[in-house]
Design a protein around this ligand. Sequence first.
Ligand SMILES: NC(=O)c1ccc[n+]([C@@H]2O[C@H](COP(=O)([O-])OP(=O)(O)OC[C@H]3O[C@@H](n4cnc5c(N)ncnc54)[C@H](O)[C@@H]3O)[C@@H](O)[C@H]2O)c1
Ligand SMILES: N[C@H](CO)Cc1c[nH]c[nH+]1
Ligand SMILES: [Zn+2]
Length: 449
Amino acid sequence: MKIVYAEDSTLEELSELLIKPPFDQVILGEGAKSHIKKVFGSELTASQVVDKIIHDVRLQGDEAVLQYTQVIDGVNLSEDTLEVTESEFQEALAKVDEQILTAIRQAISNVKSFHTEQLPKTWLTYREHGAMLGQSCIPLERVGMYVPGGTAIYPSSVIMNAVSAAVAGVKEIIMVVPPSKDGSVNPSILAAARESGVTRVFKAGGAQAIAALAFGTKLIPKVDKITGPGNIFVTLAKKAVYGHCDIDMLAGPSEILIVADETADPSYIAADMLSQAEHDVLASSILITDSSNLVSKVEIELERQLAKLPRREIAKASLQKNGLMIITKNSMQAIELANISAPEHLEIITEQPFALLPFVKNAGAVFLGPYSPEPLGDYLAGPNHVLPTGGTARFYSVLNVETFMKRTSFIAYSQKALQAVANQVITLAEAEGLQAHANAIRVREKNDV
Ligand SMILES: NC(=O)c1ccc[n+]([C@@H]2O[C@H](COP(=O)([O-])OP(=O)(O)OC[C@H]3O[C@@H](n4cnc5c(N)ncnc54)[C@H](O)[C@@H]3O)[C@@H](O)[C@H]2O)c1
Ligand SMILES: N[C@H](CO)Cc1c[nH]c[nH+]1
Ligand SMILES: [Zn+2]
């Protein structure tokens, strides 16, 4: 864990600590590196691995998907077992714990009502001289959603992706998820899929699943857009297939940045930092505060809480690699540094968090006050937990209903309305040297062109 005093560093030095390297330059952990060496026989970068997998899936379809599922994930599947069947769904539903099912249903209900409020309007209005202008908002036909499942299971990500797509009106929701070692899919994942309106589920993860959705295979349908979070391989694959289909954003390894002052409880801060660190060795947890006293207490709390976590090896590696605490002169400077980082999740735990909110420019989601811990948003509050990472919150938005929709505009002029603007359209068309454009107006004024 790095600890830095802002006053001892230049803004450039602080920015270097806060701005993540581009996804294709991320240095992999030792585990991933040795896995790659074993599978591919040489030391490839994550981008090289992803490019090779995409190339092979594009050429060989399901055969390559099955092959990579075997060599990377260690799961043996066949064309007959790649898709989850109705009987697998039924078996899973019978197995799911009643309490989990109730929580899944509550989460779906909260996510649904929040996203319903986001639905954009289709409208048509009259203007001068009888012109009509408007727009329609049309759902995408078929989307592919990635649900992570390498080192943990994510029924919550099923809900976040599928419910927002269903609210938008998407007809076909194709889900991919890495299978368990025995070739099954976790029952809570399948229960969440069934309850959220997923159409079909395929047992594939990583870059091979993304490539299959982007290009289509004999069994996995090609989709218009791929959404959902994932590790570095999934994120690089989404970036690589963009253009063959659309993607939602780059939602990679999780991040939390907490701005806090001396009023914050160090045990809350440490717990929230660890909540994201336990996702992935590449996850990042940052505290920026004007209280050096808080930093010392958080350090102790981190040690204490880390020791009790089942996923402590992942969390520890993440804190070692990407953990950071910065001591600033005040909370405003802390927010300025947070804007440079553009984190996926920003928590503000200060005496007056709402006073700082207007100054937040770059963050996927903001959690205000001591009783809005980030995991509340991961599961149940209602807003989406699929969020941009790696500094891309500078330009990407949280997953939302419009992610699954297209806008089309309408223009309907009467003869009188066209006459009123004809000269100006002709002037602009001729200024661009586009005579045929001007003629399309003139021909409606007179009969000769
Ligand atoms: N930003 C968000 O909105 C958000 C939300 C939830 C989760 N997440 C992130 O999702 C990620 C989940 O990661 P995960 O690993 O548990 O599941 P994952 O499904 O994203 O990745 C697992 C897949 O990656 C591929 N893979 C793993 N190691 C590989 C290697 N060495 N070479 C090639 N391919 C390899 C495998 O095919 C495997 O199926 C975490 O980084 C977590 O922080 C992000
Ligand atoms: N924090 C993750 C987004 O970075 C979402 C998640 C799902 N389950 C637990 N957490
Ligand atoms: Zn989380």
